[in-house]
Design a protein around this ligand. Structure first.
Ligand code: ADP
Ligand code: MG
Length: 385
């Protein structure tokens, strides 16, 4: 049993008297390796689950009440399964509440429980602590109430909780990878038909390093909506339901009729799908240099055509590309701040982490969070003995 599981069980015992008969579930955060701003265009994404997760220790309490304690926020909160309402004053409880709400909506019979929530996914950093929270909550309800639900339905239900209950318009990628990830592999997901393939990543030779710029621009929400509209406009002008359905050849032939900014947005999305397919082939062939090149090209396209990068992301990427052992570096997530993801030779990763932190601080005055991670397995029950 890991030290973290022991701690979660200890805080459960402290709060509820003892920890006999307690079940522990976990769900990881994620980082997207390539395939950015493609999900809502029905395209391809390739995320991994990271070595950071949210755990919930739980035990049925024989009532309709869900009583939760958050170790990280140092506060308890609860709700009755008979009366679920959005909580204005306690944000974290809305994730388990939202999941419960959507499960009840689908007709699942839920039972109350006592629970302790503890996580180490950095919050609001683009590593999807919210999806980890939702998926862990869904697994807790499943374990406590004893119903059956398929993995894809579980991921979709968690997305629905975030969209409709929490009120964040996210795609399916985050919840999907948190559920389905296999150790050592990326989840190559087709966002149109929700089918995926595990892609082994050759992680003996290389590791992934996530660097948080520590900036988040306010305009990211409105710009995100504008990009989505521009993509819809482009698809419509080329007689397609989704940009995913427009081939590079069709785009070349037809892009003349698009206004310049819309043309650039579509060019990013269509070329990003191609890059993602090439990156998958490169990882499968163990060609890390080729995979890294696709990651580099992805960043340049996001910066120049999709225009969702920012000064700090570009600085972080430029520093990374100049360091020994870097195969590829790009921004990841929606943009305008947040994180970069880097494919780095395993034996150079420690030096990379130290050096990028130092140089980024020197250039921007900001202290970045730097995190090296293997591709991890997805959500599930945790061994407690
Ligand atoms: P991101 O998904 O990028 O990390 P979000 O703003 O979507 O950022 O979600 C962050 C929210 O998820 C937090 O404000 C909190 O409500 C919830 N959350 C994340 N981690 C934890 C945790 N360890 N315990 C309780 N709630 C958490
Ligand atoms: Mg989130």
């Amino acid at each position: 049993m890991s030290e973290r599981v022991e701690k979660v069980l200890a805080s459960f015992a402290e709060r509820y008297g003892d920890a006999t008969g307690v079940t522990v579930v976990r769900a990881p955060g994620r980082v997207n390796i390539i395939g950015e701003h493609t999900d809502y265009n029905g395209g391809f994404v390739m995320p991994i689950a990271i070595e950071r997760d949210i755990m919930i220790a739980c035990r049925p309490n024989g009532s309709m009440q869900v009583d939760l304690y958050s170790v990280d926020f140092g506060e308890s909160n609860g709700f009755s399964l008979d009366n679920i309402r959005f909580n204005q004053s306690c944000q974290w409880v809305n994730y388990p509440q939202g999941v419960a709400h959507c499960l009840l909506e689908k007709g699942f019979d839920l039972k109350g429980f006592d629970g302790v929530v503890q996580g180490n996914v950095p919050l609001a950093s683009g590593l999807s602590s919210s999806a980890a929270c939702e998926v862990a909550s869904a697994l807790a309800f499943k374990a406590m109430s004893g119903f059956d639900i398929g993995d894809t339905d579980l991921a979709l239900l968690c997305q629905r909780a975030e969209n409709t209950f929490v009120g964040v318009n996210c795609g399916i990628m985050d919840q999907y990878v948190s559920v389905f990830a296999q150790p050592g592999c990326a989840v190559f997901l087709d966002c149109k038909d929700l089918r995926h393939e595990d892609v082994p990543l050759g992680t003996k030779e290389a590791t992934f390093v996530v660097c948080n710029t520590m900036v988040k621009r306010e305009l990211s929400g409105s710009e995100y909506n504008t990009r989505r509209q521009q993509c819809e406009e482009a698809a419509k002008a080329m007689d397609a339901a989704l940009l995913r359905d427009v081939s590079p050849e069709t785009f070349e032939a037809e892009c003349g009729k698009l206004p310049e900014d819309v043309r650039k947005r579509a060019r990013h999305v269509i070329s990003e799908d191609e890059r993602t397919l090439r990156a998958v082939a490169a990882f499968k062939a163990g060609d890390l240099a080729a995979a890294g090149k696709e990651m580099n090209d992805s960043h340049d396209s996001l910066r120049d055509d999709y225009e969702v990068s920012c000064r700090e992301l570009d600085i972080m990427v430029d520093i990374a590309r100049g360091l020994p052992g870097t195969y590829g570096a790009r921004m990841t997530g929606a943009g305008f701040g947040g994180c970069t993801v880097n494919l780095v030779a395993a034996d150079k990763a420690d030096a990379f982490c130290a050096e990028i932190a130092k140089r980024y601080k020197a250039e921007t005055g900001l202290n970045p969070m730097v995190l090296s991670t293997e591709p991890c397995g997805g959500a599930g029950r945790v061994e407690t003995r």
